[in-house]
Structures are given as C-alpha cells and as structure tokens.
Design a protein around this ligand. Structure first.
Ligand SMILES: *Cc1c(COP(=O)(O)O)cnc(C)c1O
Length: 438
C-alpha cells in the first residue's frame, strides 16, 4: 500500500491558479475609506509590490506564471508530500480514505514561505530594498525573514510585544535570518511612540504592529509592506498546494469528495481548495469544501458580510468580507494564526454563494485531535492545523456511522514543534474552551 505520493521536478506546476477569473460572481472591489471609490493598482502599489497589487485585482487571468527564480526556490522543498493517513483511519475505524498535504516540511515549518518567496522576489525586481511586516505568533515573520535574505532585501518585523515575551524563540528564528525584530508598540515609529506615551505598559496587538509596519513602509524610501494572509495575491501564491495535490491525488487514483483546511485569513484554505473548486465551477464536480475556524473567532459561521477594515487600526482599504468587526478581540487561544476578525475577499464571496462552508471548533477538541494525529501519524501539528484535523475526524466519524467511503483531503498547514508549551498545558489539563462572546 503506497503511503506517500510525490512529484518529480518535471511534474511541478509552473503556474499559479487565480480563481477570481472563474468565479460565477466576481468579488466586490476594495474601497477607499475616504473617497468611497474602488481602489486601483496605483493606490495599492504605494504599500505593496506592484505585481502583487496587480494580482490582487486581477479577475481576468486564471493562470499566472510562477517566475523562474521563485520556482527554483520552491524546488528546494516542493513538491511537498501527499500522505495517506492509514494510522489515523484505523484509530477512528472509518471506511473513509484520509489524505493530507504535508506543508509542515516547508523549511520554516508552515505554508507561509510559499507566498513570502514571490512577494520578496517581486519587491527585488521592482527595485525595493527593504520589506516590513507585522507578525503575531511569528510564522509569517519567520518565513518573510528567510525569503528576504534569499532575494537580498533588508527585513524589519514588528512583533506583538506580549507574544514576543511569551514565545521568545520565534524572534530568535527571525534574527537568525538577519531580520530586525521590534516588539510592538515600539519607540521606532510615531504610531508606536503615541501608543507608549498614552499607555507605557501596552501589551501590543496585531493592530499596533500593522500600524507601525505600514508607517515604516510609507515613510522609508524603497520599502514595501507585505502580508502573509487574507489578501487575494497570497491565496494565488498558495494555490501551489492544491495544484500539486491534484496531480498527487491522481497518482493515488482518487479524487476528493471533501477538502478541509483550517482558517485564519484563508490563504492555506484557498491554497488547497481553489484548484479543486475550479472543477466544481467548470465541470460540475460535487466536492465539498470545509474551512475550520476556532469557536472563539467564528467569522465564517457567525460573522456578517459587509465592508470592513482589514486591520484593527483602520489603515487598510475597506474590504467586502465576512467579519466579526475589525475591533473584535478574540480570546488568547494557542492557534495564534487563526485569531483574525475577518475572512479574505474571495472566500467571503464563495461562502456567500454557497460554494463552501465553515465549521467552528472548540480549543480542547483541536488538541484532542492533534494528539491523536501525533500518536498515529508521528507528526506534531501546529495548533492552527489541528482545527483541520478535528474537522476531518468529525467527517471520518460520520462516515463510520453511515458506512460511506468518502475520500477526504486536508491540509496540514504546519508543525507544532515550537508550540510545545501549548501541548504541555493540554496534557496537564490546564487548557480551556473559549466561547464566542461577540
Ligand atoms: C498563519 C497560519 C495559518 C492561518 O493562516 P491562513 O491564511 O488562514 O492559512 C494556519 N496554519 C499555520 C501553520 C499558520 O502559520
């Protein structure tokens, strides 16, 4: 019985997929908060690389060439393996066939590098010398620090101060790659100084860190801001996951009935789901798509579809999204990458159109699932990825009851080897559930 399905270099996808071109209802445009006019490529390229701004608003081209230097870097760690989870199937006693795409073997331990590489490449091409970003838990900051080094850019990361203190090794990783890491709020920007003057003990938040990173990008010559999730161009880059999975599933002689991924802003979900959703749209396939979000941050299942800011400070354009409100503060669960108030624009439109669904999962169920997965498959998953595993287990148990032999594919977005404190708390019985209190 074959367990791992790989691709030769010659079989690697050479283009990304842009689902915007095939969507029955195109996403509504981002809007400038002051003028209320749709935002164009010129507006977006003040902050982002111009090529990323173009991809963001591209509703025409379904296929976008992966630049050769990016493809070269992908070949260091891609294609990632597609694995049949026989151990997990047996433990559940399900007739379902469970496959997972293992993005935890990316050098930085999560799927984030798939977009950090092209974003840094485009910046370099356009004459940019510095990139900046914010990071909460640190996965995006780590991926960007490495990608910046690869393409010869300076990188400055604003990390939420409290998370920097709680998870010191995340900033060590970024520094190892040569990035400058500042706890936010910091004294290095005007926004940071204002916050510290008002509240010297401010613990920081993604909102404060985004404000500082955007300020640095707009006040420093040749400096661009980058984002690791939520935006359309990030989902385009992540389509490499699903495009590879499609070829690997074919090698396994199967096609998924259900595709599952965890959901923060939607990039790893879109990455694995959209290439398969394409066949639903164009050929009438009936695959089901499920995004797994935390119970305490349920924008897909309990959010409202409307225009809202992408950040808590209100610096971004207004985006049409399922949102809990940009000032919503989710509980401090360990899945830091899923603590975001809104869903990306493409996913929000697809959810509105009934082409996918969301499911929300309590923290304890995610760690129970993660532990079962670790014991049966030998990989300790990121707390974020554990949401996809929990949703997969629910689906597989349903199949055990009905006898359905469904083919389930989920994305393992990252490993949890620097989240062991969370596992310790779970094993010691110190973890709790947090209900949604919006
Ligand atoms: C950042 C992150 C996520 C959440 O981001 P998405 O854009 O929703 O994919 C999920 N899993 C891991 C391991 C992450 O680092």
């Amino acid at each position: 019985m074959q367990k791992r399905f790989l691709l030769d270099e010659s079989e690697m996808p050479t283009q990304w997929y842009n689902i915007q071109a095939d969507m029955p209802n195109k996403p509504m445009p981002p809007i400038h908060p002051a003028t209320k006019e749709p935002v164009g490529v010129d507006d977006l390229s003040h902050i982002f690389a111009r090529e990323c701004a173009k991809q963001e608003l591209d509703t025409e081209h379904a296929w976008i060439d992966i630049p050769a230097p990016v493809l070269d870097m992908y070949k260091y760690y891609r294609a990632t393996p597609l694995v049949r989870a026989y151990g997990l199937e047996q433990a559940i006693g399900t007739p379902a066939h469970i496959y997972f795409k293992n993005e935890s073997v990316n050098p930085l331990g999560s799927h984030k590098l798939n977009s950090a590489l092209p974003q840094c490449y485009y910046c370099k091409q356009e004459g940019v010398t510095n990139v900046t970003t914010e990071t909460g838990a640190g996965q995006w900051g780590a991926a960007l620090s490495y990608a910046a080094k690869v393409f010869g850019l300076e990188c400055a990361v604003y990390q939420v101060k409290v998370s920097m203190q709680q998870k010191p090794y995340r900033s060590s990783i970024m520094r190892t790659f040569g990035a400058t890491v500042e706890g936010s709020p910091s004294m290095s920007t005007r926004a940071g100084k204002d916050i510290i003057t008002r509240d010297p003990n401010h613990p920081g938040s993604l909102g404060t860190a985004i404000s500082e990173a955007i300020e640095l990008a707009t006040t420093t010559p040749n400096c661009k801001y980058t984002l690791g999730s939520v935006l359309n161009h990030v989902a385009i880059h992540q389509s490499i996951i699903g495009l590879e999975a499609e070829k690997q599933m074919a090698k396994a002689g199967e096609y998924p009935d259900v595709v599952i991924a965890c959901f923060g802003g939607g990039s790893n979900f879109g990455g694995i789901a959209f290439p398969f959703m394409r066949h639903n749209i164009l050929e009438g396939k009936q695959t089901q798509f499920i995004a797994a979000e935390p119970e305490c941050c349920p924008k897909l299942t309990r959010g409202e579809f409307r225009y809202d800011f992408g950040d808590s400070a209100g610096y971004t354009p207004l985006l049409p999204m399922f949102t809990l409100g940009h000032e919503f503060k989710p509980a401090n669960i360990h899945a830091g990458g899923l603590r975001y108030h809104g869903a990306g624009v493409i996913v929000s439109q697809l959810l509105k159109d009934g082409m996918m669904s969301g499911v929300d999962i309590p923290q304890l169920e995610t760690f129970e699932a993660a532990t079962l997965f670790a014991r049966t498959e030998g990989i300790i998953p990121a707390p974020e990825s554990a949401h996809a595993i929990a949703a997969t287990i629910r689906e597989a148990k349903r199949c055990a009851e009905t006898g359905e032999q469904k083919v389930i594919l989920f994305n393992l977005s990252g490993h949890g080897l620097i989240d062991m404190q969370a596992y310790d708390q779970y094993i010691n019985g110190d973890l709790v559930n947090y209900a949604y209190n919006g």
